[in-house]
Design a protein around this ligand. Structure first.
Ligand SMILES: [Fe+2]
Length: 211
């Protein structure tokens, strides 16, 4: 009975996570395609793992690359916000190197000022935001940012965000592995100038709909 009660509590807890923030949304939203987490999720989470990947605590310098703000909302198919979910991102630095992983490409330096990984919690509207760099290609891959979303009662969801207009997109096996063009398009977002946030910065909106 204790186990059953615990399950009910868990069920109640996960149900409470969703809130009606998508007012007036009648149509169901198409879900975001799931993508592999790949081999470069950090082996250990860095001491500074906040949502600003451009600036590491205690470092005077900042990451090389084009500063890019990536924000969006985590929603269910009815447009309800998922609040209190953990959103993680990881990506390679401007030299194409992932951090906190075994990467034996000798001769390619790490950008020591790039955090490489960040995490944040969604707010009441399901919103999240990261300050990072515009993703760059590395051998075999078009530019992308890895995402993971986790919350109590939900299976961990992983996907990847891509940049509109990147010439390598059409030759990327992981992206093109999403066969349905409409579904694939939900992983590709435009970058826009965002001088109102920070001089010379770019911004992208990437909403994640959990199926
Ligand atoms: Fe990757």
């Amino acid at each position: 009975m204790i186990a059953r009660r615990r399950m009910l509590e868990l069920a109640a807890g996960s149900a409470a996570v969703f809130s009606l923030a998508g007012r007036g949304r009648a149509a169901r939203l198409p879900s975001t395609p799931q993508q592999t987490a790949g081999p470069f999720y950090p082996l250990s989470i860095p001491a500074d793992s906040d949502n600003d990947l451009v600036q590491i605590a205690g470092h005077d310098g900042i990451a090389k690359g084009s500063i890019t703000y990536v924000s969006g909302r985590v929603l269910d198919p009815d447009g309800r916000a998922l609040r209190g979910a953990r959103v993680e991102v990881w990506q390679c630095d401007t030299n194409g190197r992932y951090h906190y992983v075994r990467d034996d490409r000798a001769g390619t330096p790490l950008d020591d000022n790039f955090q490489g990984y960040g995490q944040t919690m969604t707010d009441a509207e399901g919103g999240y935001r990261f300050r990072t760099i515009r993703p760059v290609p590395y051998p075999g891959r078009t530019p992308h940012i890895h995402f993971a979303v986790s919350a109590p009662g939900l299976a961990r969801f992983t996907t990847q965000m891509y940049v509109a207009g990147e010439p390598l997109n059409e030759r990327d096996g992981v992206l093109m592995g999403v066969r349905d063009p409409a579904a694939r398009a939900r992983l590709i977002v435009p970058l826009r100038p965002a001088n109102e946030i920070e001089a010379n910065a770019l911004a992208a909106t990437f909403d994640i709909v959990l199926g």
